[in-house]
Design a protein around this ligand. Structure first.
Ligand code: FES
Ligand SMILES: [Fe+2]
Length: 417
């Protein structure tokens, strides 16, 4: 069954006790969410003001007219990086006030709660623009981690130092079409999912993806244990999003405990300096700090490499010769691996395509992807490949290699040479 989410239109009320539904795994899109909560203008102005400070009044005026998605036309990549830092700093100061609207007004929380100290501020410029400066792209990914300025691979938030009981409120500040947004894989919720480090294992199938088209102020509300990732930005616009993480009970950190969570009754008041203490009174916090100290002293080895054996096969040349299979064994609009390096897609009823399994962006296994609108879609950052040419909308990426196929009756033969 295709994955789905509940969309709450602008004129529909926000469902009561939304937090409980989200904790159960439901995914919601709330239209005009930030406007309804009365925080949109302040959030957008915070971003605009930081851009004005970093890039000047003219750039800010152009963005005010053209939208945040046009930022890369008026502001250099270095300045976008600096603006992201400044917005993050100011959003961190404002978080107690903004979250005080979001937790009761959106999630229906009536008692105290915890929230992550710094909201995540995201600017993803079009991939081809980013690729024009490899050094900046590398620095963005290294400095900000995945998800802020560079795409995040499929993960659960508890794999990246967050609690496993958090609710994400992931909101669009500018327009965010599905070619530049967030992907959630609801089929993997509460399922055992193999991972390597902070990313899903290359041979793990995350299931059917959910993608979204968001207008400024719309928000996706979802449990942090859903497997989710960034879409590689294949559009001509920049994504500007902000996300808040809120926990309605004590945050539980099953892995590392890096992020600071503030208690709502202390944050923003005279005891603000102590607001992080309740969440940090946990063995997970002590263990993480001791681990960090040990790493600094060189006593502990880094986690295993992300690339597992499956990914390591990416550079192997496919064998020559042919492979055959029966057409009826491959359901319509599905993919299947036929060798370590090659997979086949059945597109609609009759079209068969054989292609390299490894995505030219980051090595995602296309055999575990899906067919969307007649195109092969990578399970990692949702990039789509034209089955006629092997090309994607990201011009700076290589095409995926295609192989000749022949269909005779129910038999399909793929020429691997
Ligand atoms: S789109 Fe990133 S690995 Fe395929
Ligand atoms: Fe995440």
């Amino acid at each position: 069954m295709p994955a789905s989410y509940k969309e709450i239109a602008e004129d529909q009320p926000i469902p009561a006790q939304l937090a409980e539904k989200v904790i159960e795994g439901e995914v919601f899109v709330i239209r005009s969410c930030l406007q309804r909560l009365g925080v949109f203008d302040h959030i957008a102005e915070t971003s605009l003001d930081a851009i004005r400070q970093v890039a000047g009044a003219e750039a800010a005026e152009n963005i005010e007219r053209g939208g945040f998605d046009a930022i890369h036309r008026f502001v250099s990549l270095d300045q976008i990086e600096a603006a992201t830092d400044l917005i993050h700093k100011r959003a961190t100061d404002m978080a107690p006030e903004w979250v005080a609207q979001i937790a009761p007004g959106l999630l229906g929380v009536t008692g105290p709660y915890f929230f992550e100290r710094g909201p995540n501020v995201r600017f993803h410029v079009p991939y081809d623009v980013m690729a024009s400066d490899a050094a900046v792209m590398k620095r963005f990914a290294a400095k900000s981690g995945g998800g802020k300025l560079a795409p995040h691979p499929n993960h659960r938030d508890s794999w990246v130092g967050c609690p496993d009981n958090l609710i994400n409120v992931w909101a669009a500040v500018g327009p965010i079409p599905e070619g530049n947004g967030l992907t959630i894989f609801p089929d993997a919720f509460k399922r055992d999912v193999a991972r390597v480090g902070a990313s899903i294992a290359f041979d793990e199938n995350p299931g059917e993806p959910l993608n979204f088209n968001l207008a400024p102020g719309d928000a996706i509300v979802f449990h942090g244990e859903h497997v989710h990732s960034s879409v590689l930005n294949r559009t001509g616009g920049t994504r500007h999003a902000i996300s808040f993480r809120i926990v309605t009970e004590k945050p539980n950190f099953p892995n590392t405990h890096y992020h600071h969570y503030l208690h709502s009754s202390l944050a923003g008041g005279p005891l603000d300096a102590l607001a992080g203490v309740p969440a940090n009174m946990a063995w997970s916090y002590v263990e993480t700090r001791l681990g960090g100290a040990a790493r600094k002293l060189g006593l502990k080895k880094e986690e295993a490499q992300r690339q597992n054996a499956s990914h390591a096969s990416a550079d192997k040349k496919p064998l020559g010769g042919t492979r055959s299979f029966s057409l009826s064994s491959l359901p319509e609009n599905s993919l299947h691996a036929i060798t370590d390096d090659v997979c086949v897609a059945r597109i609609g009823k009759d079209k068969i395509v054989a292609l390299d399994r490894r995505c030219p962006h980051g090595g995602g296994d296309l055999a575990l992807g899906v067919v969307i609108d007649g195109e092969v879609t990578c399970p990692w950052h949702n990039l789509r490949f034209d089955p006629k040419t092997g090309a994607s909308a990201c011009q700076t990426l290589k095409k995926v290699r295609l192989y000749d196929t022949k269909v005779e009756g129910d038999e399909v033969t793929v020429q691997l040479g």
